[in-house]
Design a protein around this ligand. Structure first.
Ligand SMILES: Cc1ncc(COP(=O)(O)O)c(C=O)c1O
Length: 393
């Protein structure tokens, strides 16, 4: 053991609870509904093979050279073009996954002790990205539609303690699968504008809708008051590490400087390949195939829950898009303890507690339906129900 002195922030860093659980559950034979991995069936391999070749033959050394921090012009233009409000490519910063956007936003906005508002529960990876900057994340009471406006206003704080930002996931939220209604979006945007709180809108799942398109993003309602984050991970492939931020001019420069210091730029080659793949409307043809695949699996999971949980005091969300649903166990049942019993019976999930900024609800858990077949879903949900029965006094 060395006795090197690390920064205080290093003590606060922790591995993702999900990665730790995956180590335990990614054993052969376990039906894992724990990970949030997109289905490899959805990766367009042929298109990527062709685009890689085109980029090498056409752009050659330029594709392998250092490039600008803001991102490849054609890709920034493509992002601006597909977003449903008036976006200039000058406002688009290409990032190394939207996870990097969370880090950059935290660097630019947060000091030690800064108040940050988050949903109850929220994306664990955002809490992890914020943690090194030692903020105080505050959970805002949330219902099936996300943050409650009254509690949002009540938690904003004043003076030096005023929240620096509010982080929200309006579409098919990770972890709950819930979606903000049109009215709630508008009310949140209006309240945030009135209180002068920047909203950070994280939307990696927005295109994966199964029952019709979700309402307009928050950013479309007040582009000057919202920092919007998107990703190519769920519609093309996560290994590309390609995401983007759309930010008002007032912070765009700072985010770009933070990115320059972090990694100079997102890989030029990946950006050019994706720009090549998506030109000519490929996403319009490809994304519906992902929707069809995931919708069938969501339906299988909802049907299995209906059947297997009959008579048990268990509730779950009915997501209209995305990759996850959220289960509430009987009061007093601890999902972390239940996990051991579930793994013994051949299935795994993620306990809900790490998704809460404070006061975790330990009787909750997250299920992913995208990487498991309908047959595995039936088997896995039956195993979960058996574990719950074994835990019920
Ligand atoms: C809500 C949310 N935001 C951001 C990310 C990060 O995605 P990526 O960095 O692959 O774009 C994820 C990944 O699962 C997520 O669920």
């Amino acid at each position: 053991m060395t006795s090197w002195t690390l920064a205080d922030r290093a003590a606060k860093m922790n591995s993702s609870a999900i990665r730790e659980i995956l180590k335990l559950t990614d054993r052969p034979g376990i039906i894992s509904m724990a990970g949030g991995l997109p289905s490899p069936k959805s990766f367009p391999l042929d298109e990527f093979t062709k685009a890689c070749q085109t980029v090498m033959l056409r752009d050659g050394a330029t594709a392998l050279q250092y490039s600008t921090t803001e991102g490849f012009a054609d890709l920034r233009q493509a992002v601006a073009d597909f977003l449903p409000w008036d976006v200039s490519p000058d406002q688009v910063l290409i990032t190394s996954g939207s996870q990097q956007a969370l880090d950059l936003i935290a660097k630019v906005f947060l000091d030690r002790g800064s108040r940050v508002l988050v949903e109850k529960p929220t994306y664990l990876g955002a809490l992890q990205a914020f943690t090194p900057f030692e903020p105080v994340p505050v959970g805002v009471d949330s219902d099936d539609e996300g943050m409650l406006i009254e509690d949002f206003a009540a938690q904003v704080g004043t003076g030096a303690d005023k929240a620096r930002l509010a982080y929200v996931l309006p579409n098919f939220q990770n972890p709950t699968g819930r979606t903000m209604s049109d009215a709630r979006r508008q009310a949140l945007v209006d309240k945030a504008r009135e209180l002068n709180i920047p909203l950070v809108e994280d939307n990696p799942y927005g295109d994966l809708w199964y029952e019709g398109e979700p309402p307009l993003p928050l950013a479309a309602r007040n582009p000057e008051g919202v920092i919007y984050m998107g990703s190519f991970s769920k519609v093309l492939a996560p290994g590309l590490r390609l995401g983007f931020v759309v930010a008002p001019k007032s912070v765009f420069g700072k985010l770009t400087q933070a990115k320059q210091a972090a990694d100079l730029h997102t890989p030029s080659f990946n950006q050019r390949v994706v720009a090549e793949v998506i030109k000519d409307g490929f996403l319009d043809r490809h994304v519906p195939t992902i929707r069809a695949l995931y919708k069938a699996q969501r339906d299988a999971m909802l049907a299995a829950l209906e059947r297997e949980m009959a008579g048990l005091d268990v509730q779950w969300t009915r997501p209209v898009g995305g990759m996850f649903l959220w289960v509430s166990l009987p009061q007093g049942m601890d999902a972390q303890q239940l996990l051991t019993a579930a793994v013994e019976r051949g299935m795994a999930f993620v306990p809900g507690a790490p998704f809460y900024a404070q006061e975790p609800q330990t009787n909750t858990l997250r299920l992913s339906y995208v990487t498991v077949s309908p047959a595995q879903i039936e088997q896995g949900i039956a195993a979960l129900a058996a574990a719950i029965k074994a835990h019920t006094p």
